[in-house]
Design a protein around this ligand. Structure first.
Ligand SMILES: [Zn+2]
Length: 69
């Protein structure tokens, strides 16, 4: 899964971070990727934190979408 910004032709950095669905607690499978430059910024740390707070797995996202319709 890719988070943050990756510029055109930029190398990506893979990293591991435990990200779990905020509803069912299921962990995101596989690693995460972001752009090499973005990886070293404070924004990246912030975005990752926010991402973790709001993450929903595919199943819960679908459920939520159905509820909203
Ligand atoms: Zn879930």
């Amino acid at each position: 899964m890719i988070i943050g910004k990756i510029e055109k032709n930029e190398k990506t950095v893979g990293f591991n971070s435990e990200i779990c669905c905020t509803i069912c607690g299921k962990q995101v499978p596989g690693g995460l990727k972001t752009g090499e430059k973005y990886h070293q910024t404070k924004e990246f740390e912030k975005e990752l934190t926010e991402f973790k707070k709001n993450y929903l797995c595919g199943i819960c996202r679908d459920k939520k979408r159905l509820e909203n319709n």
